[in-house]
Every structure is written in structure tokens, then in C-alpha cells.
Design a protein around this ligand. Structure first.
Ligand SMILES: NC(=O)C1=CN([C@@H]2O[C@H](COP(=O)(O)OP(=O)(O)OC[C@H]3O[C@@H](n4cnc5c(N)ncnc54)[C@H](O)[C@@H]3O)[C@@H](O)[C@H]2O)[C@@H](O)CC1
Ligand SMILES: Nc1ncnc2c1ncn2[C@@H]1O[C@H](COP(=O)(O)OP(=O)(O)O)[C@@H](O)[C@H]1O
Ligand SMILES: [Mg+2]
Length: 278
């Protein structure tokens, strides 16, 4: 197992080209947020915007529209019950995040299948309730980069393998069977990328707050349109999320997911400055 190394993260961090414009910095669509869990998709979309995505849209229940725009006017909005609009939005995106706050009812299941069928070349990040539907249905996945971000409960539901009673080799085989890259979240998050397994040593108990995983999923989606290598993006997103949380925890008993979000641009700039000094 490889350990994620800060010097690699710094080396991989992309410098925004001089001729960057919003359409070249990643077009992200975040799908989720039912009538109960709007906060989950708002946090994820905020993380995508603050990670530098050029254009971010949210497909969600209309009840979340005003809350989203009050916190994140940068995001565009689609009613996720309108499947024509949803499919159009997917085709206009280069990365889709599906799952935070989606719920598990019949409407959520229909949206889940609509998104899976509409994906063509878009990279796909699956989190939360999208992973529930994967574990229930085992649908065919699109032939594109698919990244799942389960916590231990979601992992157990997906694979039947308890984290504490399985080996890395068993987990590697399980991710190969799933046909996705897997970010298996814990206090020592493991990242399964084809034949290579990485471990992230960052992170701390001040992160144990609802919404923390939604922010990670949004960061991954936001970064995917900016890096040239999806593997380097996943490793960088996991590292940055915990690195920011560790900085905040030096002075705070608990680190709120929304505080991680607002720190992302500053910390990315800090690491880019370190890169430019070499
Ligand atoms: N502000 C919001 O709107 C939030 C909404 N959320 C949404 O709430 C819905 C349900 O998410 P849950 O994660 O609770 O659903 P799950 O039911 O998938 O996971 C919780 C279950 O997993 C078990 N578990 C075992 N190890 C765990 C671990 N290390 N971490 C977490 N759980 C572990 C728990 O005991 C529990 O039974 C999702 O749609 C999610 O996106 C959450 O993201 C929290 C914030
Ligand atoms: N004690 C801890 N040490 C390190 N990281 C933690 C700890 N508790 C939570 N985290 C991190 O917080 C995130 C929690 O994700 P998740 O359970 O999906 O949250 P939510 O669904 O509430 O958004 C993961 O990235 C996990 O690694
Ligand atoms: Mg979660």
C-alpha cells in the first residue's frame, strides 16, 4: 500500500493556464438533495465551486432552489424531476456527482437510473444514496471513469466485507468486481485505483460531522475537470480535504464541512506557492 505524499500533491497541482475561462475549468453537475437532505447537495456543490470548477450546476428538488442560491449564487439550478432537463444538463457537463441527499424512494431510484443511462463520456462520482442503489440493483455502469466514495457502512452494504475483518487484497478484489475506483473513507482512508492502493494519513476526529463526506465528493467532482490525470485528482482531493481539516483542527474542537469548503481556495493557493518556489 502506497502512502499519499504531500510532495506529489504539490507537484500535481495544476496552475490555471493564462487563457483559462469558465468553460475550460470543468463543468460539474451535482445531482441529489431531496426535500429532507438539501444541505448535502448544497455542501457538495459549494465544494465543487470552491475547488475551482468553472461551471457548477445542481439538479435537485425545487424546494432547495432558494437555499442554494442564498449560499451559492455561482451555481445554476435544474429541477431533477424534469428528466429532459436533467439529461441535457448531463450532456453539457464533463463530470457528474450523483447521490448526496438523493434519498431512497421511488423518485430517487428513477433519477438514479436516468443519470446512469444518460452518461456518455462524463466522469461519474457516486456517493451516499447512489451507492445504496448500486448495492440493491447492481446496474451496468457507464464505460467511463467511475469513482465511488463509500463510508464503512456503505462499503459493507456494497461488498459484504467489514473493513476491520478483511484484507487489502480482499478489498482490492471487491473493488475490481464493482468495476469502479473506490475511496473507502475512514480515519485512514484507502483509495483503490485499478492495481494500486493508496492510504491517506491525514484527517482527525474533529471531522466527524454530518456533511463531511458530501464535501469530499464535491471536491473530487470539482477537481476532476481541472487535472489531466483522474488518478492524481482522486488522490489530491482526498489529501486536500483532510489537510484542510487538520489545519482547522489545530484551533477548533470540531471542523464544520462548510468551513472546509471556504478554506479550499486558500490552501490550494498555499500549495501552488510551494510548487512555484521549486
Ligand atoms: N446536511 C445534510 O443534508 C446531510 C445529509 N446526509 C444524507 O443522509 C443520507 C443518509 O446518509 P447516511 O450516511 O446516514 O446513510 P447510511 O444509512 O448509508 O449510513 C449510515 C449507516 O452506516 C453505518 N456506519 C458504519 N460505519 C460507518 C461510518 N464509518 N460512517 C458512517 N456510517 C457508518 C451506520 O451505523 C449507519 O447504520 C444520504 O443521502 C446523505 O447524503 C448526510 O450526508 C449528512 C448531511
Ligand atoms: N475520526 C476521523 N478521522 C479522519 N477522518 C474522518 C473521521 N471522521 C470522519 N472523517 C472523514 O469525514 C468524511 C465522512 O464521510 P461521510 O460519513 O460520508 O459523511 P456525510 O455522509 O455525513 O457527508 C470522510 O471523508 C471521513 O474520512
Ligand atoms: Mg456520506
Amino acid at each position: 500500500m502506497h502512502i499519499i505524499d504531500k510532495s506529489d500533491i504539490i507537484r500535481w497541482l495544476p496552475d490555471r493556464p493564462k487563457d483559462s475561462y469558465k468553460g475550460s475549468m470543468g463543468r460539474v453537475l451535482c445531482v441529489g438533495g431531496n426535500t429532507h437532505f438539501g444541505g448535502a447537495i448544497i455542501l457538495a456543490a459549494s465544494a465543487a465551486v470552491y475547488s475551482g470548477a468553472g461551471l457548477t450546476s445542481v439538479a435537485s428538488d425545487p424546494i432547495n432552489l432558494h437555499a442554494l442560491h442564498a449560499r451559492l449564487p455561482e451555481a445554476m439550478f435544474i429541477d431533477y424531476q424534469d428528466f429532459t432537463a436533467l439529461e441535457d444538463a448531463i450532456h453539457n457537463a464533463d463530470t457528474v456527482l450523483l447521490g448526496p441527499g438523493l434519498g431512497r424512494d421511488a423518485q430517487a431510484e428513477a433519477i438514479f437510473h436516468c443519470v446512469l443511462s444518460a452518461i456518455t463520456t462524463q466522469k461519474l462520482v457516486l456517493d451516499a444514496d447512489a451507492l445504496y442503489f448500486i448495492s440493491q440493483n447492481r446496474p451496468n455502469l457507464p464505460q467511463t471513469t467511475v469513482i465511488a466514495t463509500p463510508h464503512q457502512g456503505e462499503w459493507l452494504r456494497l461488498t459484504g466485507l467489514p473493513l476491520s475483518e478483511s484484507t487489502v487484497e480482499q478489498r482490492q478484489q471487491a473493488t475490481a468486481d464493482l468495476g469502479m475506483w473506490v475511496v473507502l473513507k475512514s480515519e485512514r482512508t484507502e483509495i483503490y485505483l485499478d492495481d494500486t492502493v493508496y492510504q491517506n494519513l491525514g484527517g482527525n476526529p474533529a471531522m466527524a460531522t454530518g456533511g463531511m463526506g458530501d464535501v469530499l465528493a464535491g471536491m473530487l467532482a470539482g477537481l476532476l475537470g481541472q487535472y489531466s490525470s483522474p488518478k492524481e485528482t482522486v488522490l489530491s482531493g482526498v489529501f486536500l480535504h483532510s489537510y484542510i481539516a487538520d489545519q482547522l483542527a489545530l484551533n477548533q474542537y470540531v471542523t464544520l464541512p462548510s468551513q472546509i469548503v471556504t478554506e479550499i481556495p486558500r490552501v490550494m493557493r498555499e500549495l501552488l506557492n510551494a510548487k512555484q518556489q521549486f
